[in-house]
Every structure is written in C-alpha cells, then in structure tokens.
Write a protein that binds this ligand. Structure first.
Ligand code: SF4
Length: 108
C-alpha cells in the first residue's frame, strides 16, 4: 500500500504496473482470477515493467500496446504479446505460469 502511494506521487518508480481492460462481450476466457493472481505476483517484484491482462486477442494487444508484455484471451488459450505484437499462444492451463516466467526473464 505504502509502495502504491509513493508510486502515485512519483517517488517510487521501481514497482510494476498492471493494466487490464474492462472486459466486454468479446472476452472469451476467465480473466479476473488471472488478473488477481498476476496482481499479487507483481507486488513481489522490483521493476517498472508494465503488464497487461486483456480480454480478447482481437483488440487486446493493440489496446495495450504501451505495455511491455501481456496476454489476451482466446478460446481455451491466450496469446502472449510484447509491445503490442503477438508472440505466441499459451494453452489455458499454463497462462499464469508462462506469463510469470516470461516476466521474470524480461526483468532479469
Ligand atoms: S480488449 Fe477485447 S475484451 Fe477487452 S475491452 Fe477491448 S475489445 Fe473488449
């Protein structure tokens, strides 16, 4: 919490930012639990990385092009994207695990 307040004041920059879309009729996967789990994970990192969790692969990567890395949901899968460009697909049951490991690789 204190970290967030300092960050909002521009005094603490070394903490990740999570962005997510509001979801809409295009959302095809169970996004909220993934966003919650990623939020807890990001709070453990010291990095200014921006991570996006988006509802659909049609618009998600573009809507979150300012993010360093993110996922956008499809049917029983998600696409992994970096800086708005789709990198690869991830099956539903591996989304959180693979996104975490991609983030760790990026900030190491
Ligand atoms: S990214 Fe897709 S699901 Fe999310 S608000 Fe945009 S169009 Fe809807």
């Amino acid at each position: 919490m204190a970290k967030e307040i300092l960050k909002d004041c521009g005094l603490y920059k070394n903490s990740p930012t999570l962005i997510s879309c509001p979801t809409c009729g295009r959302t095809q996967y169970d996004m909220i639990p993934i966003a919650k789990e990623m939020e807890s994970f990001l709070q453990t990192l010291e990095s200014d990385i921006t991570v996006a969790i988006m509802g659909c692969a049609v618009n998600g990567p573009g809507e979150a092009r300012e993010a360093d890395i993110g996922i956008a949901g499809g049917k029983e899968e998600a696409v992994l994207f970096k800086k708005g460009k789709v990198v690869r697909k991830i099956p539903q049951d591996r989304i959180v695990e693979e996104l975490k490991s991609e983030i760790v690789k990026m900030i190491e």
